[in-house]
Structures are given as C-alpha cells and as structure tokens.
Ligand binder design. Structure first.
Ligand code: NDP
Length: 328
C-alpha cells in the first residue's frame, strides 16, 4: 500500500519539498500506526519545509511536528484501533517522519488521547502552537500571575502561539495586551480577546535596565529585542513565560529585573514536555479555549499548499493557525 506525504530532501540538487506517493515501508514497523486526519503548520514546520532553519536532522524526511487521527494498528495496550489520538513534538517531523502525510507510525508513549470536547480538526487548529500557549498560561499561573495582578503582554500576537494565548487569557479573565508587527490586524486581535494592541517596535526599542512597572506578566514568542524590551517593564514579582525566537535566539539584557523586582523568566518547552503536564494542558485547552474563536483564528489547506504557506510563515506573515487536511 502507498500513501501521500510531503517529503523534504537535501541532495545534490539542493533543498526541496514535494508531495510524493511513498510505500508504507518508509514508516518502518511496530509502535502505533495512525491514519492522519489533520496536521498543522507551526513556525518550526515553516523553517523545516523552506530550509530556512536547521530543523530536519536526516534526509529524506516527512516534516510535520504534529497530527491528529485514528489508530489503525497498535502493539501497545494503551491504544486500540479506532481510538482518536494527538501527537505533538518528541522530534517527530525533525528526526522521525512526521505529520504532513496520510499515515504515521510512532511510539505509543508519544501519543495523547483526543480530549473529550475536541475533534481532530479542532485539535490541530490548536496544535503544537496552542499547546505551547496553554503551557505558557500554566507557567504564569504557577508563578502567581492571576487575572487580578494586572495586564499580561503577548508578543508575536498574530502568530499561532500568540493568537491562542490571547484567546485563552481573555477567557480566563486576564487583560491581555497584544504586541504585533501588523497594525492592520488590530480589529482581529481585539476580537480574539486583546484588551489593547501595541506595535512591536514600541517594545523592542532599547529599554533601560528598569522601566516603569507596567505588566504583571508576559508570554513571549519572539526572544531577542522583544524579550529584552519586556523584562524591564514587568512588575515586582511578575513572570515572563518565554517559548519562542521569532525575532531571534539572542537575549541582550541585565539582571536588574530579576534581582531588584524578583521577576521570573520561565522557559516553556512543548517538545519534551512530560506526559502528565501535556495531558493537563490538553484538558485545559478543551475547557478554557472558546471553540467559536478557533474558527476565527484558523483556516484549512491541502497538502499541495503547504510549501507556499511555509514561505509566508517563515517570512513573519502568519495570521493565526493553518490546519492541513489530509483527505481530498
Ligand atoms: P507563527 O509563525 O505562527 O507566528 C510568529 C509570529 O511572530 C508572527 O506572526 C509575528 O507576529 C511574530 N514575528 C515574526 N517575525 C518576527 C520578527 N522578526 N520579530 C518579531 N516578531 C516576529 O509562529 P508560532 O506561533 O507557531 O511560533 C512562535 C514562536 O514560538 C516561534 O519562535 C516558535 O519556534 C516558538 N515555539 C516554541 C515552542 C516550544 O515548545 N518552546 C512550540 C511552538 C512554537 P506579529 O507580526 O504579530 O508580531
């Protein structure tokens, strides 16, 4: 039996991504065979498909760091044929064949049952980006940043992580300030739940070691000058959940916010996040993300459109989430 997949190669003729028909044998044996209904596009996928980032560790490889679908075969007691599952992270789409395909074969310990209340399409409208957004919200909560503490900033607000973070924060009663490089998207960001929108440049502008205390916390998807601009503006005892590097992986800052205001810089990783926290985050998503907003922040494409979308995303042009439908 054959299946359709996007495959990335890096041979003599250079870096390329193409939709191909592949034999099932490329997926290997054992584990859990999943018929994929939907995958999604995350920043990392954009870098992997375009070759703009060193994401893929062996070639040729099927990219796609997440998927949702139905178990067809399983050698694990934890998953049975017919069960709906989600996969995000664990190096899938980087070191192992990924989700931009009709089928995937993965280790059972990488799978999470589809939470009650979400279907496969909704789960991928959330995807790795939405899981990460929820892990960031949970990090803020663990560090005592509650809605009554004050405003929380979300950078890279128009992107996947940012847009879902805004929707969740607003639903939980936070005043969420969106930081975006796309002023034309202000009405959409407000619709998702932003209480106000700041231009990216106003945060990135060189900040003093300590600015006036403005925000109780932040979810930063950008790193570099944006994260450096946020830290001096965080209130006493506040927290920044840092998960991304859309602006760069550097961080030029001072220790002043940490040692004079007790600010916490909390790193957030979704790839190797332990299962109990993952499951908790998916349960929280099913509970705390208004599903009506998922339709407003996501759109659907087919496998043949993935490459063009990835070019746009890698150039900073994301708006919300892109779901990739496998059938049809
Ligand atoms: P998207 O491509 O969906 O969104 C990224 C957003 O970042 C853009 O929409 C834009 O928002 C902003 N941006 C783009 N370029 C720049 C730039 N040069 N300077 C500042 N901001 C920029 O990406 P995701 O939401 O999927 O991911 C966001 C980040 O989070 C990425 O770095 C990704 O690698 C990381 N990530 C980390 C995870 C983890 O486990 N730690 C998991 C998932 C994502 P705007 O125009 O509104 O400013």
């Amino acid at each position: 039996m054959d299946f359709r997949a996007l495959q990335v190669d890096n041979g003599d003729s250079g870096y390329s991504a193409a939709v191909k028909t592949l034999p099932m044998s490329v997926l290997g044996g054992g584990g859990v065979l999943v018929k994929i209904a939907y995958s999604s596009l995350n920043y990392k996928d954009a870098l992997a498909v375009t070759g703009k980032g060193k994401i893929i560790r062996q070639f040729p490889l099927i990219p796609g760091i997440d998927f949702a679908g139905e178990v067809l075969e399983s050698d694990s007691h934890d998953f049975a044929p017919g069960q709906q599952v989600i996969l995000t992270g664990w190096g899938v789409g980087e070191r192992f064949n990924g989700g931009l395909a009709e089928y995937a074969r993965v280790k059972p310990e990488w799978l999470v049952p589809l939470p009650v209340g979400l279907d496969a399409r909704q789960a991928m409208a959330v995807g790795t980006a939405g899981l990460t957004a929820m892990l960031c919200v949970m990090a803020l909560e663990r560090h005592g940043v509650t809605p009554d503490c004050g405003e929380v900033v979300v950078s890279g607000a128009s992107g996947g992580v940012g847009s879902i973070a805004l929707a969740v924060l607003a639903q939980l009663g936070y005043r969420a300030v969106a930081v975006s490089g796309k002023p034309e998207l202000t009405p959409w960001l407000i619709e998702l739940g932003a209480s106000s929108v700041l231009l990216r440049d106003s945060i990135a502008a060189a900040a003093r070691p300590l600015e006036s205390e403005q925000y109780a916390g932040a979810i930063d998807t950008c790193g570099s000058s944006i994260l450096a601009g946020l830290l001096p503006r965080i209130r006493y005892g506040g927290c920044v959940a840092a998960c991304g590097l859309a602006a760069g992986f550097d961080l030029n800052t001072t220790v002043m916010p940490f040692i004079l205001r007790g600010v916490t810089l909390a790193g957030v990783d979704s790839v190797m996040c332990p299962l109990p926290r993952r499951n908790e985050a998916w349960q929280r998503i099913a509970r705390d993300l208004p599903l009506s907003l998922l339709d407003r922040l996501s759109r659907e494409i087919g496998l043949t459109q993935v490459e063009d979308e990835c070019q746009r995303m890698a150039a900073g042009g994301a708006k919300g989430r892109v779901v990739v439908r496998m059938e049809g």
